[in-house]
Each structure stands twice: as structure tokens, then as C-alpha cells.
Design a protein around this ligand. Structure first.
Ligand code: ZN
Length: 91
């Protein structure tokens, strides 16, 4: 399974939920290992947030596969509560 940094995917960025000003200020901030990093998935259809998981930055590398697995293994997590669109799991 390919582990990709989800926040690097242009697809998950929605102008409504991720204003440029907010993302710029958070990326400039110095991070420490006890800080929590958030992984979120957004609906392809309407941009509603499907799922959010927060983990300590220090554990990102080891936690990443588990986070992806938790998200994709659950149809509830992948179903948009706003419009009902179900995000397809990767093949
Ligand atoms: Zn939706």
C-alpha cells in the first residue's frame, strides 16, 4: 500500500475549508514532536469533511498506514454525511 502524505494531495484541499491564509500560517509555525497532526479526508462531491484523525507528529511515520487503514476499511468514515457520496477505497 502506498503511504502518501494526505495533506500534499491537491484533491483534499477545498477553498471553503482550507483558506490560504490559514494553511500558510500553520506551515510556517515551528512544530514539536508532541504536537498533534491532523489527517482529514474531504468529500469529492461537496467538500464536506468525511473523517479526521489526529496523531502526534512524532508517530506519523508509524501511524500513517493504520490511519489510512482505519479510514478506508470503514464505509461509515467514507460516506459523506452531507450528500451521501461514498469515497472509493484505493484498489
Ligand atoms: Zn458530500
Amino acid at each position: 500500500m502506498r503511504a502518501r502524505c494526505f495533506s500534499c494531495r491537491p484533491k483534499c484541499r477545498t477553498p471553503r475549508n482550507d483558506p490560504p491564509a490559514a494553511s500558510a500560517s500553520s506551515s510556517e509555525r515551528r512544530r514539536n514532536p508532541t504536537e498533534l497532526d491532523g489527517f482529514s479526508w474531504y468529500c469529492d462531491n461537496c467538500g464536506n469533511r468525511l473523517f479526521l484523525e489526529r496523531v502526534p507528529v512524532a508517530n506519523i511515520e508509524t501511524e500513517l498506514p493504520a490511519i489510512f487503514s482505519r479510514f478506508y476499511s470503514s464505509i461509515e468514515h467514507r460516506t459523506c454525511s452531507a450528500c451521501g457520496t461514498v469515497m472509493a477505497a484505493p484498489a
